[in-house]
Ligand binder design. Sequence first.
Ligand code: HEC
Ligand code: HEC
Length: 414
Amino acid sequence: MKLSVLWLSGFAFSALLVGGYAFGNPGAQVPRDLTQSEERRSGTNNAHLPLGLPPLPDTVQWPTKAAVELGKRLFFDRRLSFNNTLSCAMCHLQENAFASNQSAKAVGFEGRTLQRNAPSLLNVAYQKWLFHDGRENHIEWQVWLPLLSPVEMANPSIGSVIERVRHLDDYIAVFEKTYPEEGLTPNTLGHALAAYEITLVSGNSRFDKWRFGNDDGAMSAQEKAGFALFVGKAGCSNCHHIGEQTALFTDMQFHNTGIGYKAMVDPVSSYKVELAKGVFIDVPSSDVERYSEKPINDIGRFAVTLKEEDRWAYKTPTLRDVSKTGPYMHDGSLATLKEVVNYYNGGGYANEGLSGRLAPLNLSAREIEALVAFLKTLDGELSYWETSTNQGVESPAAIADDGPVVLRPPGERE
Ligand code: HEC
Ligand code: HEC
């Protein structure tokens, strides 16, 4: 039967929501000095970021090789989850630009489903707020939410995670080598995972070459027309910002685009599931719901701030590598970029709090095609992970070569 085949493939479709996360404290300040041995923990080489990306914000530092190798290993290690099955990498897939293409909402512990779509981790070091509702504000702390969420990695406590890693004896020596003064602690675990994530930078896309690198031939006439619409008639850059020298395609703010409201009053009747690249089938919601808990309404940023204007507001996502990160929006309710552009063309789903920056756009079919073509020029070159040897560490000896991670141009191997 079709459905059970999907189920066996594990991540092939998603059901609906279970709230698993604790809410962060939105007012908390990130301490500048995260630990005493900061110097050993961070490299200084920040100079090789690809074209189109600004310097990293002050709150994150370019990491050392040792921390990155350790973090990478943790990121891919299924033993970090309570029943040894789920790693970070299983929801943030490298080949999907560190998002998950196969399911609208991520599938977690024992097949339970999450409230939301797994976002791409590319350029996550620049994010001022983490999660679709921005409830966490530092990448080194973010890791505890998936590690402890009952629907994700399902560990019962911080201490139990530390004990778990301590008993995986292949880690202790690596932690001690990487963080000589601290060894394995909640801080160093967060630091290492964050170190790996910080290296996931993507830039030097065809758009960057054209816009910031003076390469007129890097984009076609249709793509350039799409760009003109993006910053002009379609008003996209009002929220997905493009700067003079660099572009992150986000204003780091939260907006009500109607997607959250629509999910409440007009839930989707079926989910598009991608079985293989470009091959979609529709799975009725009723089939999905049989495997999930009763949905509760996702109210977005409101749950973090309790401010009425934040109801159904979500973080403006970066659009870099967006061709690879579908399905789209916080709930994965739009399957393709064309569906997204059509949605904006209609002005967004009307509701009381709908952003004043959205209105019907009256785009022609040709203009819609051009905007979609433009969005596809944002596929970047993933400098570090595609070009280093990148296999993680096999033994502590493998990380003897410390020092800052250096980004290499694609094609150049270590
Ligand atoms: C079961 C699937 C799943 C697992 C496992 C998982 N994540 Fe996620 N991740 C998600 C989802 C879904 C979100 C969005 C949640 C939300 O906004 O409420 C997310 C959000 C994030 C974000 C925020 C990105 C942004 O731009 O706001 C980061 C960073 C992240 N995850 C890193 C990790 C790390 C590190 C691990 C392992 C320790 C991990 N994730 C494990 C599904 C997962
Ligand atoms: C009012 C601010 C605003 C404007 C204007 C805007 N966006 Fe967005 N965009 C957002 C927010 C907020 C989200 C996330 C919504 C959610 O998760 O439910 C988003 C999501 C997206 C996504 C999905 C990305 C992903 O990874 O899921 C795409 C693609 C996108 N916008 C493209 C566009 C285009 C193209 C335009 C112009 C036609 C546009 N946006 C105009 C704020 C805006």
